[in-house]
Design a protein around this ligand. Structure first.
Ligand SMILES: [Zn+2]
Length: 366
């Protein structure tokens, strides 16, 4: 920091200081958060964009790549920084394209100490490499935020239809999660040490978006994330855009991973976001020359939240993540989906994500 910026920081109100730099109402600045050092002793910073409206209002953080290989969120945040589709009128928007800079640099979920950053929050100043990064970030950004949207994708070799995870038993958090305008909300507490679980303990209402795959910025996922973030900011009166409603709304706390019971090569019959009936074929497991071994069927009617993108499976490997809803709810949802045009974001997301898996009709069994 220069002598001049030190003087400016001293004279500014506490709300104006971000990572030791001054950001006044009406300004948008990139500040550097020092998070660690490399093995050769060089300083490691992450860029944090602080955008303040002229009027007072809540502080909202949007975070990407807490898992270093999940960069769909990084793409969405970069788009917001480079080409914002709104004017920020009130409050503060804090945009962090990459939180886990160590994992991001290595194209991996984890840190070099093999820890998962999203199990280390709120972290400790005397803890592990991951724990210290968690603590630095948590103190600098999350403790100052009223709300946070943490952008994730499915883990490696899987894909997710966009869905929001939040603790819907906490009312301000539930209202914030609904404001995002996702078709699917899965209610759960975050795992111990996750950013959203730690945020909840200090009253920062946090949801996560799970969408798409690792190592990609997928166009429909990017559009979905940006639409949702805009909807949330409109809900908080920080921008004056009109919120866009989802195609339908499902909130559930009932999900299940269907797993392979035998090794084989899968032929899929559904894609992410599809609505499936009880007993509907999800995938046919075949041997290497195509003979049917068994057919994996939906035990209940539900929505395909996630799917493996790797067709070869061993016993126990996850195949399909289903979200279950109240009996009788899905025909209503299906009717709404049937009325959507091909250009509706829901349908674009379904089409785009299904391109990553080879989905075929069910073959008649011999
Ligand atoms: Zn993740």
């Amino acid at each position: 920091m220069t002598a001049r910026s030190r003087k400016a920081a001293k004279e500014a109100a506490p709300d104006d200081i971000w990572c030791g730099q001054v950001v006044r109402p009406g300004e948008c600045r990139t500040v550097d958060l020092r998070v660690s050092q490399t093995y050769s002793g060089a300083e490691i910073h992450i860029p944090v964009v602080v955008w303040r409206g002229h009027a007072p209002g809540p502080t909202v953080a949007v975070t990407g790549a807490v898992h270093g290989d999940e960069i769909n969120g990084t793409g969405a945040i970069r788009r917001l920084i480079m080409k914002p589709p709104f004017k920020l009128l009130a409050g503060t928007l804090v945009l962090v394209p990459v939180v886990n800079i160590f994992g991001f640099e290595r194209f991996t979920r984890y840190l070099p100490d093999r820890r998962d950053l999203n199990r280390c929050f709120p972290g400790s100043v005397r803890g592990s490499l991951a724990s210290r990064l968690a603590r630095t970030f948590f103190d600098a950004v999350i403790r100052r935020s009223d709300y946070a949207i943490d952008l994730h994708s499915a883990a490696v070799r899987r894909t997710n239809f966009p869905n929001i995870r939040a603790n819907m038993t906490i009312e301000p958090q539930a209202a914030f999660a609904r404001a995002f305008g996702a078709e699917l909300i899965i209610s759960s507490r975050g795992p111990a040490g996750s950013l959203r679980a730690a945020s909840e303990t200090i009253g920062c209402h946090t949801m996560i978006l799970e969408a798409g795959e690792v190592w990609k910025v997928e166009p429909a996922v990017l559009a979905y994330a940006i639409r949702g973030i805009q909807n949330c900011l409109a809900h908080l009166n920080m921008i004056d855009n009109t919120p866009v409603a989802p195609a339908y709304r499902i909130e559930t706390d009932a999900t299940q991973w269907l797993r392979a019971n035998r090794g084989g090569f899968l032929v899929f019959h559904v894609g992410p976001g599809d609505i499936v009936a009880r007993g509907q074929a999800i995938a046919t497991n075949t041997d290497l020359v195509g003979n049917t071994l068994n057919v994996i069927k939906a035990p209940r009617e539900g929505v395909v939240v996630g799917l493996t993108t790797l067709p070869s499976v061993a016993p126990g490997d996850p195949i399909c993540h289903l979200a279950y809803v109240r009996s009788g709810e899905l025909p209503r949802v299906q009717r709404k989906v049937d009325r959507l045009g091909a250009d509706a974001l829901h349908e674009r997301a379904r089409d785009d994500l299904a391109k990553n898996v080879n989905v075929t009709a069910v073959e008649p069994t011999s």
